[in-house]
Design a binder for this molecule. Sequence first.
Ligand code: BG6
Length: 465
Amino acid sequence: MEHKKLKDFSEDFLWGASTSAYQVEGGWDEDGKGPSVQDMAEHPENTSDFKTSIDHYHRYKEDIKLFSEMGLKAYRFSIAWSRILPKGFGEINHKGIEFYNNLINELLSYNIEPIVTMYHFDLPYSLEKKGGWSNYEIVDLFENYGKILFSNFGDRVKYWLTINEQNIMILNNKAVGIPNLSTKNPKKELYQQNHHMLLAQAKVMKLCHIMCPDAKIGPAPNIAYIYPASSDPEDVLAAQNFSSIRNWLYLDAAVFGRYNNTAWSYMKEKNITPNIKKGDEEILSEAKPDFIAFNYYSTITASKKPSFDFNTDQQGAAGEQGVYYITSNPNLEKTEFNWEIDPIGFRITLREISGRYNLPLLVSENGLGAFDKLEKGDVVNDDYRIDYLRKHIEQAKLAVTDGVQLIGYCPWSAIDLVSTHQGFKKRYGFIYVNRDEFDLKDLRRIRKKSFYWYKNVIKSNGKIL
Ligand code: BG6
């Protein structure tokens, strides 16, 4: 099978790269922006906050010029809800609209396709104070926010992603800066929040189709194939259980408009099912995504037995007796930050999602976090990143040959940015930003070795890797 002729990526393949608003913009309280939960979050002593990030808010023109030099056909970024609506609802901040108009126009002037995430971990803080995603009202507030985005940017933005990594917000809320939960049954509250996010997502998908008939919209969870630790049927069940809870719950709801059976019976058993109001099921069933965007960093291995050898970080969740546990995979290498590296798992994940949902796929994140070193003469030799990306693109090509309809690949990240919870020392970008954890230095932009490599990949439409 591996010797067959490989298919090429399509001529209009969206070779891109990704970022998110709070991890790059800075200007956290400028020009009328309201605070988000990320601005108000506490940070460990040795980790930077997001108040300046890489100052993209003021330097977007310089950054987009570099993206164009790299040859990007698409740029995935997110809009900060609290820059558009400082309180999350009510009065619009016109300076915020102006910023994203300028950003989008700048991209289009270089023929770079904007791919917009509507919400990437940065809930307006005022909404958080009103109960955040636990409050049913947020469903309509998100729809209202979507309406503002579609009416202001829908004439130029053709690709929309709803909510970034909703599954990670629910499974590992602390790792992505989501505030603590108040109630006695935090898991039940989380699944209630999840239900509201699913409704909010369904509403904006429907609205987008009405307001922007030429645009396409889809969810953007983090999807990882789950391997069983062995061929012991109980390990296989553990893997299935975790996959239903971590992956399919989210995609079944987005695509089929209903809860996944295994995930639902898990919630029932644990007494954590969300309250479902009259009309909710209809809202879920009415929305149809045009594609599935997903973030992929690695696969996960599940076992029936607890394991103490593995730091799951935000990709997984430690486990639950009788349901699943997470263990390390002895066949895989790890990054400096202990994340497993599994390019073949990428192909497997692509095939699995495609087989289950039969929709076009867009990879909205994939990449390697590392301690890059700036060498003399402004050089960054990030061969390890090139190696990681090359192997993943090779597997994407195999997946395309297998019949997966892949429309784009947007690695994380276009440029260095602040990691969700591991600060600035953990770098992902093709472009180095000259700052340290706390010393902002001159924030100078420096092309890494991977920048030149990716440029060639794009120029050859993935033929030269
Ligand atoms: C994804 C997020 O979870 O992974 C990004 O969508 C994040 O926001 C990326 O930065 C890498 O994770 P981390 O924790 O290394 O920044």
